[in-house]
Ligand binder design. Structure first.
Ligand code: ADP
Length: 396
C-alpha cells in the first residue's frame, strides 16, 4: 500500500510517499514559505532533489503541488493519484481525547479542533492539511497520528502539576508530552534490537534535536516524559528554555518591561542553547565555538548534558531500574560527545561507553561496552515510517 505522510506546519509542509510493504520511501520533500512566496522541494527515490519556486498562497496550493509532483509524467513516483491508498497526518495535540491513532471523520476533526487552544500554532495547520487532503483526494482514508497519544499512559502522579486541581479539572492543565511518535517508535525498536522482553523491559529514550524530550517506557508504556502542557518544558533545547523557576517570569518581565507574550517569546525563541551561548541554537556551531575556547558555548553544552543526565537518573528511580537507554534525533543520533558526556554521569548504573562504537554513525547500534550493566544504543528515529505503519494498521 502507498501511504502519503503529511506533516503540516504553519508555513511549511513535509511529506513522504511510502510503500508500506517494502517500507521504501518512494518520494519525499517539503513545501516552504507557504503564504509568503513558496518553494517546493521534491525528491524521487534514487533521483536528485528538485527545487521549484512557485506561488503557494495557502496550504491548498502547496498540497496540490505535492500531488502534481508525485504524479508528474517524467519525474513522478506514481502514475496517478489512485496509487495513493491512504494519508497519514501528524497531529501535534490530541489532548486527553486521543490515546492512539484514529481514522479521521467529522467527529475526529471536531475533537482535534477542541484541542486547538492547547497547540494554537500547530493544530490549526494540521487541520488545514487534513481538510485539503480530503478535498483533493476524496474517498482516500485519512489517519491522524498524535504527538501526544503515546504519553497518555502516564499515571496521574506523573502528569499532574502542583497547581490547584481545578486547573486540571476545568482547563485540562496537565503534562501531555510530545514527540510521542518518535518515543513510541524508538522504544519499540530498542526492545526488538536488543531482544528485551516487550512486557517487562524498562527503557529510557532521549530524543535530542532542536526540540528535545526524554521518556521513561516500562513494558512498552510511557510512564513519564519531560515535555509538559506544551513543548517548552523539560531539558534545555535549541531555543527553548526547558524547566525554569516560574518566578523568573515576573522578575524578568519587570526588568525588561515585557508582557506575557514578550516573555513567552523569550522562553520559546531566545533561550536554550541559543540564549545560553549567544552563538547558535545548532549543536554543530556550539561545538565549534566551544572548541575555539568560547566559555558560554562550553557551558551551554554542559547545561544540556547535565540536565539530560538528571532526567535519566530521575527516570531510573521512576521505573525502579533501567535495561537500556536510547539516543535519537539530530543530536542523539549524530553527537557522540553529547552521548559520552551524558553517560559520564551514569557510571553508578554500571554504564560504560565503548569509544570506538560511539564514534560510528549509522543504523541501530550499541555504544556501551560488552560488560556495561545497562545497554546504551543509538536508534535513529523515523516518525514518518511510524505514521505510515499506524495508518496501515488502521486502514489496511
Ligand atoms: P528537529 O527537532 O528540528 O527535528 P533534528 O532532530 O533535525 O531537529 O536535530 C537538529 C539538531 O541536531 C541541531 O542542533 C543540529 O546541530 C544537531 N545535529 C545534526 N547533525 C549533527 C552532527 N553531525 N553533530 C552534532 N549535532 C548535529
Amino acid at each position: 500500500m502507498n501511504v502519503l505522510v503529511i506533516n503540516c506546519g504553519s508555513s511549511s509542509l513535509k511529506y513522504q510517499l511510502i510503500n508500506s510493504d517494502s517500507e521504501e520511501v518512494l518520494a519525499k520533500g517539503l513545501c516552504e514559505r507557504i503564504g509568503i512566496d513558496g518553494r517546493l522541494v521534491y525528491q524521487k527515490q534514487g533521483a536528485a532533489k528538485e527545487e521549484t519556486e512557485a506561488a503557494m498562497p495557502t496550504h491548498r496550493e502547496a498540497i496540490q503541488m505535492v500531488l502534481d509532483a508525485l504524479t508528474n509524467k517524467e519525474t513522478g513516483a506514481i502514475a496517478s493519484l489512485k496509487e495513493v491508498e491512504a494519508v497519514g497526518h501528524r497531529i501535534v495535540h490530541g489532548g486527553e481525547k486521543f490515546t492512539k491513532s484514529v481514522i479521521i471523520n467529522d467527529e475526529v476533526i471536531k475533537t482535534v479542533e477542541e484541542c486547538n487552544e492547547l497547540a494554537p500554532l500547530h493544530n490549526p495547520a494540521n487541520l488545514i492539511g487534513i481538510r485539503v487532503c480530503m478535498e483533493l483526494m476524496p474517498g482516500v482514508p485519512q489517519v491522524a497520528v498524535f504527538d501526544t497519544a503515546f504519553h497518555q499512559t502516564m499515571p496521574a502522579k506523573a502528569y499532574l502539576y502542583g497547581l490547584p486541581i481545578e486547573y486540571y479539572k476545568n482547563y485540562k492543565v496537565r503534562r501531555y508530552g510530545f514527540h510521542g511518535t518518535s518515543h513510541s517508535f524508538v522504544s519499540k525498536e530498542i526492545v526488538s534490537f536488543l531482544g528485551l522482553d516487550p512486557d517487562s523491559s524498562k527503557v529510557i529514550v532521549c530524543h535530542l534535536g532542536n526540540g528535545s524530550s526524554i521518556s521513561a517506557v516500562c513494558g512498552g508504556k510511557c510512564v513519564d516524559t519531560t515535555m509538559g502542557l506544551t513543548p517548552l518544558e523539560g531539558v534545555v533545547m535549541g531555543t527553548r528554555s526547558g524547566n525554569i523557576d516560574p518566578a523568573i517570569v515576573e522578575y524578568v518581565a519587570k526588568k525588561e518591561n515585557l508582557d506575557i507574550s514578550g516573555i513567552m517569546n523569550v522562553l520559546n525563541k531566545k533561550s536554550g542553547l541559543q540564549g545560553l551561548s549567544g552563538v547558535s541554537s545548532d549543536m554543530r556551531d556550539l561545538e565549534a565555538a566551544a572548541d575555539a575556547g568560547n566559555e558560554d558555548a562550553k557551558n551551554a553544552i554542559e547545561v544540556l548534558c547535565y540536565g539530560i543526565a538528571k532526567f535519566v537518573g530521575g527516570y531510573v528511580a521512576a521505573m525502579n531500574g533501567v535495561d537500556a537507554i536510547a539516543f535519537t534525533a539530530g543530536i542523539g543520533e549524530n553527537d557522540g560527545r553529547v552521548r559520552k558526556t551524558v553517560c559520564s554521569y551514569l557510571g553508578y548504573l554500571g554504564i560504560a561507553i565503548d569509544d570506538e562504537a560511539n564514534a560510528k554513525r549509522g543504523e541501530n547500534m550499541v555504544i556501551s561496552t560488552a560488560d556495561s550493566k545497562v545497554k546504551v544504543c543509538v536508534i535513529p528515529t523515523n516518525e514518518e515510517l511510524a505514521i505510515c505503519r499506524d495508518t496501515v494498521a488502521l486502514v489496511g
